[in-house]
Design a protein around this ligand. Structure first.
Ligand code: NAD
Length: 262
């Protein structure tokens, strides 16, 4: 990455009060978790997302969806957050005087595991199950639960607590993500192909509300023409370099309050 861009971004971070990191599957690629659309890697090969990750697929064949997601959960449990997650967690710690929020489409839980405290998981998590009818039953996903089972409270199917294709997002979580996005001074959009609605609207809302939009992705995306900066780099490399640069110089606490000077 050209050092000028890094310096420019650090300088904008100096001035920022509200920082958002919006992440997708590409961030976890270096952990060995296959992305959704990069094709060649195992998990998503030879599967139809409609069959294994949609609500219609689940209602048609709960066992198939459960087994496939359990395979993904086992992989997530076996792997760990990578240098990108760790650098983003460090960024939150270093910028303690700012509001740093992670909004993630990922369901792997790696941001929290890396140490980020302010994380909004807009697509839920693979680590919990809940009653499909939302009677109130929820639990962690015990790896021994290899088959779908009825809710112990009401008998409805128990399902992974993530948003499947064809389902609405949790209103409360998405509203919080929207609020953070429109108040962001700088909005990093990392490792996402920007194809899953409605989460992909967040960067545009942030930009319209005045945020500087920084895309981190080795490949162009539909957001690239709009982004203020497109960093053609892997997430781990970029965030490690950004953190190194931030740590090497004193960071301002946030935007200057010009009214106090006037
Ligand atoms: P996607 O698979 O559609 O796109 C991945 C993007 O990441 C691509 O644009 C690719 O160019 C980029 N990328 C690949 N390697 C990268 C790297 N090292 N650094 C930065 N970028 C890199 O992913 P999406 O847009 O997040 O949408 C897929 C959906 O599937 C999401 O809803 C997500 O929740 C889900 N999903 C989650 C996981 C996970 O939790 N780890 C994994 C696969 C899919």
């Amino acid at each position: 990455m050209p050092s000028m861009s890094l310096e420019a971004i650090v300088s904008m971070l100096d001035d920022a009060q509200q920082v958002v990191v919006f992440s997708g599957a590409g961030l976890s690629a270096d952990s060995g978790i296959p992305t959704f659309r990069d094709g060649a890697t195992g998990l998503w090969n030879n599967v139809d997302p409609d069959e294994v990750a949609s609500i219609d697929g689940f209602l048609r064949n709960p066992r198939r969806v459960w087994n496939w997601l359990l395979q993904l959960k086992n992989l997530v449990d076996d792997r760990r957050p990578n240098a990108g997650h760790q650098a983003i967690a460090r960024l939150e710690a270093i910028c303690a005087a700012k509001q740093v929020t992670v909004i993630t489409q990922n369901i792997d839980g790696y941001h929290a595991r890396a140490g980020n405290e302010h994380v909004l998981e807009v697509h839920g998590t693979i680590h919990h199950v809940r009653c499909h009818r939302r009677c109130g039953f929820a639990d962690s996903w015990d790896h021994r639960a290899e088959e779908p089972y009825p809710c112990p409270a009401c008998g409805a199917p128990v399902r992974p607590d993530l948003v499947m294709f064809g389902e609405a997002l949790e209103e409360e979580v998405f509203a919080a993500a929207e609020a953070r996005s429109v108040s962001a001074d700088i909005f990093f959009c990392v490792g996402t192909s920007l194809t899953v609605q409605p989460a992909v609207r967040l960067p545009m809302w942030a930009k319209s509300a005045g945020a500087v939009l920084v895309e981190v992705n080795p490949h162009p995306t539909p957001l690239s023409p709009t982004a203020d900066y497109s960093i053609r780099s892997g997430a781990s490399q970029f965030f490690a370099a950004l953190c190194g640069e931030v740590e090497s110089r004193p960071l301002q606490t946030g935007k200057r309050d010009d009214r106090a000077i006037a």
